[in-house]
Design a protein around this ligand. Structure first.
Ligand code: DX5
Ligand code: ZN
Length: 225
């Protein structure tokens, strides 16, 4: 089944606990935390204390998307605050292999995030130590942006690379994942959808209904394809 991961930077942060409860009961698959440092991306969002504060509100996996420089300095901090999955940006560290190796050694699910303009080449050398790849379908840093069409080919090329090398890598897509684009990205090979303001939060029928609608839509879609 296609995995749904709400992007919690799009939730009502003043009522984060309530939103997590609604989403958990709506059968989402993981929670996506966008971590920004104001340097790698020109924005700030949440940190480890916020993650810690809601860790015991659900047993679903926590996925930290690190849009920060020198991510290698903070891996243990995010593991300790309760993250089950961590993705780092290839563009953010000169020591990609060493950092991914360290992430593996902590037992966390290891993710590699790629900006829209970044090629898939490094996967030739780190594909065996990566559990999932985050294809940024917008330029990272803000919710509510527009999907970049060229990333569709990238998803397809990545799926081909994974299959032709017999790798066990899941494809996560992140940025403006809307109802229009969901069938396309799934058809190209996406396994995990990061869902923000484009299909889940700030919807007219409220979070409970939008979660049920999205769950139904993706489950039905996967059966039909
Ligand atoms: C952007 C973040 C996304 C974003 C998704 O840098 O990584 O997770 O919050 O939100 P929408 O769906 O509004 O693009
Ligand atoms: Zn993200």
């Amino acid at each position: 089944m296609t995995e749904i991961g709400p992007s919690l930077m799009c939730s009502d942060l003043g009522a984060l606990r309530e939103d997590i409860k609604i989403l958990h009961e709506g059968n989402v698959d993981f929670f996506h935390f966008d971590i920004m440092d104001g340097h790698f991306v020109p924005n700030y969002t949440m940190g480890t204390d916020m993650i810690k504060s809601v860790r015991h509100d659900t047993n679903l996996p926590f996925d930290a998307h690190l849009m920060i420089e020198y991510p290698e300095r903070y891996i243990d901090t995010f593991v300790e605050c309760g993250c089950d999955m961590i993705s780092i940006h290839e563009e953010a560290t000169p020591h990609l292999h060493r950092t991914l190796q360290h992430m593996n050694s902590t037992g966390v699910r290891t993710g590699l995030a790629l900006n829209p303009s970044t090629s898939l080449n490094s996967l030739e050398y780190v594909g065996d130590i990566v559990d999932y790849v985050v294809i940024m379908t917008v330029n990272p840093g803000f919710a509510g942006q527009t999907f970049i069409p060229s990333t569709l080919n990238k998803i397809e090329n990545l799926k081909h690379f994974i299959n032709s090398n017999n790798l066990q890598i899941k494809i996560q897509v992140d940025g403006n994942i809307s109802y229009d684009i969901i069938p396309e990205v799934i058809r190209k090979g996406a396994d995990m959808l990061v869902c923000g303001t484009s299909c889940l939060f700030k919807q007219p029928n409220g979070l409970k209904q939008s979660t049920a609608d999205l769950r139904h839509f993706t489950d039905r879609l996967k059966v039909e394809q």
